[in-house]
Design a protein around this ligand. Structure first.
Ligand SMILES: Cc1cc2nc3c(=O)[nH]c(=O)nc-3n(C[C@H](O)[C@H](O)[C@H](O)COP(=O)(O)OP(=O)(O)OC[C@H]3O[C@@H](n4cnc5c(N)ncnc54)[C@H](O)[C@@H]3O)c2cc1C
Length: 381
C-alpha cells in the first residue's frame, strides 16, 4: 500500500495550482458577482489539457488517469467553484462520448471539447418532473428516416447556453420504461432547440444553468450514443465518474475554507490574543482538516478504483456524499471563524458558503447517494 502521489501527479498538481492561483483565484469573486460565465478560464484550461483529461490522446484528450483528473479538479475547486463545475461536467461528457460513442462521434466531438473550440459540453438529463427520479423523463425522440425528432424540456442544465455539444437523454420507446431511454448528441444551434433564461442561483453563479426546450428538433440518427434503450445505463455510468469530479471539487472548496480560516484566525486579535489561540477555534480547524483528509482519501480511492477498471459506483457515491457534506460543514465553520466579516463579500468564505451548497443536490442528492450505497451493500430489496 502506498499513499504517495506519483511524480506525474505531483507535477500536475503544481502546474494546476500555479495556474489556478494566478488566473482563477483573482477572477473568482467578479465572476460570482457579475454572474459571468468563465469563458477565458476555460479556454486557458483547454490549452493546459484539462477539458478531456481521461480521453486518450488519439482523440484529442490528455490520456491521463482518473487520479490526475481528481487532483486537477481539487485545485480548480479550491480556486473557483463555478469554473470547476463547468470543467467537471465537460470532462464527464468527453468521457461519455469516448466510452459509448462510435469512431465517427469520437473523432467529431471530442477534439473540439478538448481544444477549447467548444467552450464546454453539457449533460442533459433533468426535467421539471424528473430530478432524482431520472427514469421518469418525458422528452421524446421519434425516428423519422435518417433523423430523430426531439420534443420536450430539460431544466438545470450546466453550461447549456455555451456547450458545443450535449448528451441529451430522451425516450425512444415509451412502453419500455427506463429501457426505452436513449441518448442523443445534440449540437448547439440545432434548429428546434431553444435555450432558456439562465437561472439566478445562490452560488456557483459564474456557471451557466439553463433550461433547454426542444420543439421538433431534428438530430441525425447517427448522433445516437450507444444503442437505443441503453440511455439510462449510459447516463448513470457517466454520472459515476462525474461524482468523482464533484467530490474532488468539494475537497478543493474545503481546502480553501481551511486555508482562509487558518490565515484569518492567526491575524484576528480578540481579548488580547489571536483567536487561533482559543480552543473553540482550534477544534473547528482540527475538524475541518480531519474532514478534508478523509474526503481527499475517499475521492482519490474512488478515482484509483476507476483506474483499475473495477466497479467503483459505491466508492464514488460514498466519496461524493462525504466530501460534499463535509465541505458544507467546513464552509459553515469558515464563516463562523471569520465572525461578522465572514458574512460579507470582503472575505471569500462568504462565496465558498454559497458555492458549496449545491454540491449535495446535483449529480444525485445526498439522499440518492445513500440509496446507491445501500443498494450496493444490501442488493435490491
Ligand atoms: C446548479 C445546478 C446544476 C445542475 N446541473 C445539471 C446538469 O448539468 N444536468 C442535469 O441533468 N441536471 C442538472 N441539475 C439537476 C440536479 O441533478 C437535480 O436538481 C437533482 O438531481 C435533484 O432533482 P430535483 O431538483 O428535481 O429534486 P427532487 O428529486 O424533487 O428531490 C427533492 C428532495 O427529495 C429527496 N428525494 C427524492 N427522491 C427520494 C427518495 N427516493 N428517497 C429519499 N429522498 C428522496 C431529494 O433528495 C431532495 O432532498 C442541476 C441542478 C442545479 C441546482
Amino acid at each position: 500500500m502506498n499513499f504517495e502521489l506519483q511524480e506525474e501527479h505531483r507535477l500536475l498538481v503544481d502546474m494546476v495550482r500555479n495556474f489556478a492561483d494566478k488566473e482563477l483565484v483573482p477572477a473568482a469573486a467578479e465572476l460570482d458577482i457579475q454572474e459571468r460565465f468563465p469563458e477565458e478560464n476555460l479556454k486557458k484550461m483547454a490549452e493546459l489539457g484539462l477539458m478531456a483529461m481521461t480521453v486518450p490522446e488519439e482523440y484529442g484528450g490528455s490520456g491521463m488517469d482518473n487520479v490526475s483528473f481528481a487532483l486537477a479538479m481539487m485545485e480548480v475547486g479550491r480556486a473557483c467553484a463555478s469554473t470547476a463545475v463547468t470543467m467537471s461536467v465537460t470532462n464527464m461528457v468527453a468521457e461519455g462520448i469516448y466510452r459509448f460513442g462510435t469512431e465517427e462521434q469520437k473523432r467529431k466531438y471530442i477534439p473540439p471539447i478538448a481544444s477549447g473550440e467548444y467552450a464546454a459540453a453539457s449533460f442533459a438529463l433533468t426535467e421539471p418532473w424528473a430530478g432524482s427520479d431520472a427514469g421518469a423523463i418525458k422528452t421524446t425522440a421519434v425516428r423519422d428516416g435518417d433523423y430523430y425528432v426531439i420534443n420536450g424540456e430539460k431544466i438545470f442544465i450546466t453550461s447549456g447556453a455555451y456547450a458545443g455539444v450535449m448528451m441529451v437523454a430522451v425516450v425512444t420507446d415509451k412502453s419500455k420504461g427506463k429501457h426505452g431511454i436513449s441518448v442523443l448528441l445534440v449540437e448547439q444551434g440545432t434548429p428546434g432547440l431553444t435555450i432558456g433564461k439562465a437561472e439566478e442561483k445562490m452560488g456557483q453563479r459564474g456557471s451557466n444553468t439553463v433550461s433547454l426546450v426542444f420543439e421538433d428538433c431534428r438530430v441525425p440518427a447517427e448522433n445516437l450514443l450507444g444503442q437505443e434503450g441503453d440511455g439510462f445505463k449510459i447516463m448513470l455510468a457517466d454520472l459515476d465518474g462525474g461524482r468523482i469530479g464533484i467530490g474532488s471539487m468539494a475537497c478543493g472548496v474545503m481546502r480553501a475554507c481551511l486555508e482562509e480560516s487558518i490565515k484569518y484566525s492567526k491575524g484576528r486579535v480578540q481579548f488580547g490574543r489571536p483567536i487561533s489561540q482559543f480552543q473553540a477555534i482550534q477544534w473547528m480547524i482540527a475538524d475541518m482538516a480531519t474532514d478534508l483528509e478523509a474526503a481527499e482519501n475517499m475521492v482519490l480511492r474512488a478515482a484509483w478504483l476507476k483506474d483499475q477498471g473495477v466497479r467503483f459506483t459505491k466508492a464514488a457515491s460514498m466519496a461524493k456524499l462525504f466530501a460534499t457534506e463535509a465541505a458544507n460543514r467546513a464552509a459553515y465553520k469558515a464563516v463562523q471563524i471569520h465572525g461578522g466579516y465572514g458574512y460579507t463579500r470582503e472575505f471569500p468564505v462568504e462565496r465558498f458558503y454559497r458555492d458549496i451548497r449545491v454540491t449535495t443536490l446535483y449529480e444525485g442528492t445526498s439522499e440518492i447517494q445513500r440509496i446507491v450505497i445501500a443498494r450496493n451493500i444490501l442488493g435490491r430489496l
